[in-house]
Design a protein around this ligand. Structure first.
Ligand code: C5P
Length: 224
């Protein structure tokens, strides 16, 4: 079967939203629940893959058999992704990585008696761009899938990201409707490919969307 081609493959999945410290008790984060990433890990395990799940969340059950790596920040996630993809067949970046972080997190809790603080932000590293550079030199990870969550110009933005981040596939998610995206169990995903082709998955559970994504990816590999 097509799915059988992923059996024994090393798959790394990121899940959740990173959080970036403001001070020892406060963070900047986003609304990603991690559900789509966990569904991808589960679907990959079901297909017989060796799965590493790099996750920011403690709220979801770890899929049985996954190697769980917990991270909090974008920087930690980047280091974990680099460490775990040096022999990997497939990286799936389902995590919502913060785009900005406090430039200089405070060592002590910021006190309200001191007035309203100004928080200066800097850009976080783009993990997929870093991985694209490493892959160019080493050949690993062999294939890379990204995600795009947008509230407008979904397909246009996703196409640009395929090129910029040198992806083999991007799973684009319209998060402007209430039955898709953050925190719910369903998604409306469009798969886009570097050759300009696309496939609309329609309304699916996150596990169904994960299976569709992995079935597509399976066609890239020979049976081991
Ligand atoms: O550029 P944007 O954040 O919309 O792209 C989304 C994709 O890029 C996702 O796959 C996400 O995991 C990844 N990403 C990343 N490093 C960042 C921001 C996003 O790898 N700093």
């Amino acid at each position: 079967s097509r799915g059988g081609r992923l059996e024994g493959r090393k798959v790394v999945v990121t899940a959740g939203g990173t959080s970036e410290p403001i001070d020892p008790v406060r963070v900047i984060t986003n609304r990603s629940s991690g559900k789509q990433g966990y569904a991808l890990a589960q679907a990959a395990l079901d297909m017989g893959c060796d799965v590493t799940l790099i996750s920011t969340t403690d709220h979801l059950m770890t899929p049985a058999g996954a190697n769980l790596v917990h991270v909090d920040t974008a920087q930690q996630m980047m280091e974990a992704v680099i460490n775990h993809t040096d022999q990997a067949d497939l990286l799936i970046m389902a995590a919502a990585v913060a785009d900005f972080r406090p430039f200089h997190p405070a060592d002590e809790k910021i006190k309200k008696e001191d007035g309203v603080p100004a928080i200066n932000l800097e850009k976080t590293p783009d993990i997929l761009k870093e991985i694209a550079n490493i892959r160019e030199k080493t050949g690993f990870p062999r294939r890379v899938i990204g995600f795009a969550a947008e509230t407008e110009a979904l397909v246009e933005n996703a196409r640009r990201k395929i090129k910029q981040k040198r992806l083999d596939m991007i799973a684009a998610n319209d998060i402007s409707t209430s039955d898709a995206g953050f925190e719910v169990d369903t998604n409306r995903v469009v798969l886009l490919f570097p050759d300009g082709s696309s496939q609309e998955l329609g309304l699916q559970t996150k596990l169904e969307a994960a299976q569709s994504i992995l079935n597509k990816a399976a066609s890239w590999f020979e049976k081991v």
